[in-house]
Ligand binder design. Structure first.
Ligand code: AMP
Ligand code: TRP
Length: 339
């Protein structure tokens, strides 16, 4: 199928499940910001409906998390004038299209999702139906805009493959060329930022150790301290990328440096190869503080203006619905819903 008939359009989302990390920033948000200035329409979303799939949250906490995530997006450089910034539940067509996709996706496809298997754990019987259906809602988030490109971290690759499968099956079953086959955009030195305490684990807001991650709300002191204390090995840094093999902690810190400095790993190693961590860490700490501390102070400023955030999200929802309402209507027509 040709992509040509679809407007180049980017969609991505993050769950307001509390706390943003350097992993979210480098793996996703930084790329979102860049794409605003490329040849795309850009739509970025707080996926609050997804945020209650693993467990129900305290309602006030969910509201707070959603505004904090919006503040994080804006503080990181997402401009409400360049992008449409929305909260998922305020654009009802996402959930409406998700129902149709629940009837397209097969149980077998959903049961093979590794995120489902990880999150449901041993007691899948006790998991919510929403957790199982999560990837169909994600497909609806994307396809209700006919989005062509989706920037995400490595961990979302399988969900994007499922999104393509859902679009293809819909197009095939109804004999139409209606939904685009979306391209994942998984790029950069830091598509998988690892824990600062254990280079084999993903940096995550749900890790019990706060020292394992840099939060977007951390101030300059906290950022520098966590980098100084990050786990490393006793060897000097190599001069070439091959030398990072089997050195997960070293590789992680070099990847973080490269992503923050907008350099390739090779370029970083050309500069720092041969240095001990005692010399490299202060350098990384300085760079991380320079790039991240302004984001945390801007987030704090925005969080003091919740009405302003709500106004931006209301405007975003109205803009979004101009795109989503006609696409949902056409979908309903294809499926045979009276309108
Ligand atoms: P989540 O916080 O799980 O909703 O993730 C939001 C976005 O951040 C997704 O695109 C993830 O792939 C990305 N992301 C989350 N954690 C990391 C990480 N440690 N490294 C790189 N990307 C990440
Ligand atoms: N599942 C994604 C995550 O946990 C969040 C998400 C929901 C998303 N809908 C999306 C990402 C649509 C990209 C596009 O990170």
């Amino acid at each position: 199928m040709s992509e040509a008939k679809f407007t180049p359009r980017v969609f991505s989302g993050i769950q307001p499940s509390g706390g943003l990390t350097l992993g979210n920033y480098l793996g996703a948000i930084k790329r979102f910001v860049q794409m605003q200035d490329e040849a795309f329409e850009t739509i970025y979303c707080m996926v609050d409906l997804h945020a209650i799939t693993a467990k129900l949250l305290d309602p006030d906490e969910l509201r707070r998390n959603t505004r904090e995530l919006a503040a994080g997006f804006i503080a990181s450089g997402i401009s409400p004038d360049k992008s449409i910034l929305i909260n998922q539940s305020q654009v009802p067509e996402h959930a409406q299209l998700a129902w149709i996709f629940n009837c397209i996706a097969r149980m077998g496809w959903m049961s093979r999702m590794t995120q489902w298997k990880d999150k449901a754990g041993k007691n899948a019987e006790a998991a919510s139906l929403g957790l199982f259906a999560y990837p169909a809602l994600m497909a609806a988030d994307i396809l209700v805009y006919h989005a062509t490109h989706v920037p995400v971290g490595e961990d979302q690759k399988q969900h994007l493959e499922l999104t393509r499968d859902i679009a293809s099956k819909f197009n095939h079953d109804y004999g139409v060329d209606f939904f685009p086959i979306t391209e994942p955009v998984i790029e950069g030195a830091a598509t998988r930022v690892m824990s600062l305490r254990d280079g084999s684990k993903k940096m995550s807001k749900s890790d019990p150790s706060d020292a394992s991650r840099i939060n977007l709300t951390d101030d300059a002191d906290a950022i520098a301290k966590k980098i100084r204390k990050a786990k490393t090995d006793p060897d000097a840094l190599p001069s070439e990328a091959d030398g990072l093999e089997n050195r997960p902690e070293a590789r992680n810190l070099v990847n973080i440096y490269a992503a923050l400095a907008d350099m390739s790993v090779e370029e970083v190693l050309r500069e720092v190869g041969g240095q001990q961590f005692g010399a490299f860490k202060p350098r990384l700490a300085e760079l991380a503080v320079e790039k991240m501390a302004p984001i945390s102070s801007e987030m704090a400023r925005l969080m003091d203006q919740p009405d302003e955030i709500d106004r931006i999200l209301a405007k975003g929802a109205a803009q979004a619905r101009e795109i989503t309402a006609p696409i949902l209507r056409q979908t309903y027509d294809i499926v045979g819903m009276l309108g």
